[in-house]
Design a protein around this ligand. Structure first.
Ligand code: SF4
Length: 65
């Protein structure tokens, strides 16, 4: 997989396996955005559906192992 940051996709979700780690960008060529709401109205309603749980090796990741 291409691990170079895609500077068209900014992202701060460092716990994702697709995060560039050294820079706040995604390494994917494209991502799929979706929603878990029937009528999304604010940004909290939408999700990156390309998220894949990666190694939690930074202080920013609070996901329990
Ligand atoms: S797949 Fe989504 S959550 Fe994961 S690094 Fe890319 S943009 Fe961020």
């Amino acid at each position: 997989m291409n691990k170079q940051p895609n500077h068209c996709i900014k992202c701060t979700v460092v716990s994702c396996a697709n995060h560039a780690k050294k820079e706040n960008y995604c390494v994917l060529d494209a991502v799929k955005i979706g929603t878990h709401e029937s009528n999304p109205t604010v940004s909290q309603c939408v999700d990156c559906e390309s998220f894949v749980l990666g190694n939690c090796s930074t202080d920013n990741c609070n996901i329990s192992k």
